[in-house]
Each structure stands twice: as structure tokens, then as C-alpha cells.
Design a protein. Structure first.
Length: 239
């Protein structure tokens, strides 16, 4: 039985990636930072479908010291999905080192050291890493410079680790466009949402399943490495 670790797997896109991989026959390690109740509820639900198929694990990805203990508890692994991230505006005139470190550590440093630390297990299984990027790693999102930089960096991390880990581990990325509206401090007004939709060639948001299905496709594509697939309804076609 193959095992997948999905970071930030309790909610939203990460949760759907867990469900899709589980349905395809993978066992799951569902990582969370704060959402223990949702993570456990998902694991319980998946274990009812297939006994002993899911477990949960906690770590703050912004703290590189929490990565080693997480990895030590994982003996066998076939897929790592680096999905967890933070997203909020950082207007350039109020930019500060705390936000810079929080966003870069969570979106880049954590996934990088998680990937390198788990490379032995992944190499042993001839497994793969799938990074959830963002089309704004290519084209900057206004007022989100640090987030955009973090996603540009994880795009390069995808390519450079694909080279470093070949031929034993494949490394690919999925680059979502607008899938689920941001929450909390990143919330958009209805006007801002409409203006985003107007720029998408297919005129609508994607779904978490669109991302999860592409993750599954890459997990099963044994001759693809170093690639990043945009799942953005054609958003990248427009300025
Ligand atoms: N939503 C979109 O439309 C969209 C668009 C483009 C790209 N993306 C990318 O797709 C992925 C999923 O997006 P999403 O909107 O579903 O994500 P999200 O809800 O914003 O965050 C996913 C999870 O990340 C975890 N997380 C945050 N900080 C963490 C930390 N320091 N350590 C460990 N985990 C942490 C949280 O876990 P807990 O809840 O357990 O704390 C959270 O549930 C992200 O990489 C995002 O950048 C999303």
C-alpha cells in the first residue's frame, strides 16, 4: 500500500487532495498546524472507509526545528504534497521582517527542508514530491510581494529538486489560479472577486477537485519530472 503525506491537509484544497488520493488507494498522513479537530475528523472518516488508512501529524512548518521530529516518525513514504501555506497582503509601505520570515519560512523553507529530510524514504520507494505553487509565482500579485516571491521560489525549488533527486524521486508542481476565495485577513470584497473572475478565460473559479485531480495525475505519471502545471481556467492567457 502506498502512503502520501499532505501538508495542511485538514481544510480546503489540502483536504480534497487527501480525499482524492485516498479514493485512489493511497494511505494518508494528514498534516496540520492548528486544525487538529478537522484533521482528526477527516482521518476518522477515511478510516471508516478503509481501516487504518489514515493518521494525523502536527508541525509548524515555519519552524525548521519542528521538521526533523515530524520526519523521524515517517518510516515509509511514496508521495509528499507540499500544500500548506500562508497568504495575506503585505503592502510595500508597511513591509516588515516578521511577515517576511513568516511567509518565506512557511511557504519555502519548511517545504524545502521537509523535502530534503524525507528524501531517503522517498528515494527508497522511488516516490515523488508535488508542490502546490501559484500562478502568482510567475506574475506578481499586487500588495502580495512576499507571497509572490515565496511562490516563485517554490517553483524553482520544484525544478532544482527534480534535478537533484533524479532518477530516484520525481518532483513536480501544480499551480492553481483562483480556486477558493481567501479567508480572514486576505478576504476580498464582491467587487474584487468579480474583477478577478473577469480576467479568467473560462469565466469562473476552479474547484479543489481540479487541483486534487492534477496532483493524482502527476502522482501516477512516471515519466514526468520538473514540470509545473497551471490549473487556472486560462487566467495566464490574460494580462
Ligand atoms: N485558494 C486558492 O484559490 C489558491 C490559489 C492559488 C494557490 N493556492 C495554493 O494552494 C494551496 C492550498 O490553498 P488553500 O487556500 O487551501 O490554503 P489555506 O487554506 O490558506 O492553508 C492551508 C493550510 O496551511 C496550513 N498552514 C498555514 N501555516 C502553517 C504553518 N506555519 N505550518 C504548517 N501548516 C500551516 C494551515 O493548517 P492548519 O489549518 O492546520 O493550521 C491551513 O489549513 C496553498 O499552497 C496555496 O498557496 C491556493
Amino acid at each position: 500500500m502506498k502512503t502520501a503525506l499532505v501538508t495542511g491537509g485538514a481544510h480546503r484544497i489540502g483536504q480534497q487532495i487527501c480525499r482524492t488520493l485516498h479514493q485512489a488507494g493511497f494511505n494518508l498522513i494528514i498534516h496540520y498546524k492548528t486544525s487538529i479537530v478537522a484533521a482528526q475528523a477527516l482521518a476518522d472518516e477515511l478510516n471508516l472507509i478503509r481501516a487504518n488508512s489514515s493518521s494525523i501529524i502536527q508541525a509548524d512548518m515555519s519552524q525548521v526545528t519542528s521538521i526533523q521530529p515530524l520526519c523521524q516518525s515517517i518510516k515509509q513514504l511514496d508521495i509528499l504534497v507540499n500544500n500548506a501555506s500562508v497568504f495575506y497582503p503585505t503592502p510595500i509601505d508597511t513591509i516588515n521582517i516578521t511577515d517576511y520570515q513568516n511567509i518565506l519560512n512557511t511557504n519555502l523553507t519548511g517545504p524545502f527542508f521537509l523535502s530534503t529530510t524525507l528524501s531517503q524514504q522517498l528515494s527508497h520507494s522511488q516516490g515523488c514530491i508535488i508542490n502546490i505553487v501559484d500562478i502568482h509565482g510567475d506574475r506578481p500579485l499586487r500588495h502580495h510581494s512576499i507571497y509572490s516571491i515565496s511562490k516563485a521560489a517554490i517553483a524553482m525549488m520544484t525544478k532544482t529538486l527534480a534535478k537533484e533527486f533524479a532518477p530516484n524521486i520525481r518532483v513536480n508542481g501544480v499551480s492553481p489560479g483562483s480556486i477558493l476565495w481567501p479567508e480572514n485577513q486576505a478576504e476580498l470584497t464582491p467587487q474584487q472577486q468579480q474583477s478577478m473572475l473577469d480576467k479568467i478565460a473560462l469565466n469562473k473559479q476552479g474547484s479543489a477537485s481540479d487541483i486534487a485531480n492534477t496532483v493524482l495525475f502527476l502522482a501516477q505519471s512516471n515519466y514526468i519530472t520538473g514540470q509545473i502545471i497551471a490549473v487556472d481556467g486560462g487566467r495566464s492567457l490574460n494580462q
